[in-house]
Design a protein around this ligand. Structure first.
Ligand code: UT7
Length: 373
């Protein structure tokens, strides 16, 4: 059967950096607390839309693969932060790229969306439905962040990355995956104020509030990723010692340490980006993958393990066998437009807009807690 090789990779990080010190100017928190409890030092705040970030990442991945937008049969946009609900976001990327022959679909499994998208495109290539796909992981969290809630505001960041998948006769690409969902825990991570269920409740759209039970998420994230990693290694007939590099979801350094130690992989074989970018949800794993390749940590023929979890609580682990090429075939001059504001200025503006909207609508109309799970 045909396989699906990863032939191109590219990332797009917005340039504005929000440090822990910036957060402590308006939140009751400290650099020391954030760094010691999570590993984070800084994260990015985007000045452009999610589609713009996704498009730059996709252009870089296509150039890396030596492909044109017209070569692509499918665009998968993995994210839970769409610029609009309708039309879908993948269609926006198709338009911006000029990839007129490509089908365009969004996949939302929260932080695991890139990896679920990888599974989707891989399966379509292997069945012969398509030959080439761009799979994107992107997140624009800053506009709907609950910036005055220190439980969540310190953890997340914006970003995007993409890969190109192509049909190949060589047994490389995605060797196997374990997908799952701990749905009885779906209430522990919920962004209120996004979605139709709030439409008849006089809620100011975008005035989001997060339900976030950090310790519950932590516990289920570790359990879920350890189980999924063991299951996918078993499916692929591999041992932990066969893994050359773990490229995990990066929500918290302590979660990563707990997962890899239980899986039996030493920390030297783990790619870490959490310190610099925080949790970019669906963008986290592909950005870490791209940086691992750029840093020479993915060798030809390497076997990679990618465990992740997200709202839902969705969990998964993927095993990828890399091909021979670890250098780009080409580059592009695709860039985001210049950013003339600091991250703190952008966050301050988001907080001010939300406060204004709440006052204008009579205040106190924040999205209510749901009485259903
Ligand atoms: O992709 C899915 C996204 N979600 C996650 O990954 C979340 C997973 N969970 C976590 O990463 C951790 O549970 C957190 C980082 C969210 C919290 O770390 P923790 O070690 O579980 O801290 P905690 O919730 O037990 O809080 C410890 C203390 C509390 O104070 P008291 O009650 O001991 O006085 C909190 O109020 O730290 C306080 N605290 C903070 N202090 C300063 C909580 N957040 C902060 C903060 N700055 N940002």
């Amino acid at each position: 059967m045909t396989h699906a090789a990863i032939t191109g990779w590219g990332k797009c990080l917005p340039p504005a950096v929000l440090t822990n010190a910036d957060l402590s100017t308006f939140l009751d928190t400290t650099d020391d607390w954030i760094a010691s409890r999570t590993g984070l030092r800084e994260r990015r705040v985007s000045h452009v839309s999610a589609i713009e970030m996704a498009t730059v990442a996709a252009r870089r991945a296509l150039a890396c693969a030596g492909r044109e937008p017209g070569d692509i049969d499918l665009i998968v946009y993995g994210s839970c932060s769409n610029d609009e609900q309708v039309p879908n976001s993948a269609s926006g990327v198709q338009l911006a790229l000029g990839a007129r022959g490509a089908a365009a679909m969004d996949v939302n499994t929260a932080c695991t969306s890139f990896l679920y998208g990888l599974s989707t495109a891989n399966a379509m290539i292997r069945t012969g439905a398509i030959r080439r796909a761009v799979v994107i992981g992107v997140e624009l969290i800053s506009p709907y962040m609950d910036w005055d809630n220190r439980n969540v505001a310190v953890l997340f960041g914006d970003g995007a990355a993409a890969v190109v998948l192509e049909a190949s006769d060589a047994p490389i690409g995605l060797l196997g995956e374990q997908l799952g969902c701990v749905a009885e825990q779906r209430h522990v991570l919920r962004v209120r104020g996004m979605g139709c269920v709030y439409a008849n409740r006089d809620v100011v759209l975008g005035d989001t509030a997060w339900d976030f039970e950090g310790q519950e998420i932590f516990k289920h994230a570790v359990q879920g990723m350890v189980r999924a990693s063991a299951a996918v290694l078993d499916k692929c007939g591999l041992e932990a010692s066969d893994i050359d590099l773990v490229v995990p979801h990066q929500a918290n350094l302590r979660i990563i340490e707990a997962v890899v130690s239980r899986t039996g992989v030493p920390m030297e074989r783990v790619m870490l980006t959490v310190q610099r970018y925080g949790n970019m949800s669906a963008a986290t794993v592909p950005v870490a993958l791209v940086e691992a390749i750029e840093e020479g940590r993915v060798r030809p023929g390497a076997t990679l393990l990618m465990p992740a979890f997200g709202g839902g609580l969705t969990v998964c682990a993927h095993v990828v066998r890399w091909g021979d090429r670890v250098t780009p075939l080409g580059t592009t001059d695709a860039e985001l437009p210049r950013c003339d504001r600091s991250a703190l200025e952008m966050v301050t503006a988001i907080r001010a807009r939300k406060a204004d909207a709440a006052v204008r609508s009579g205040a106190g109309l924040r999205a209510p807690r749901l009485d259903v799970r």
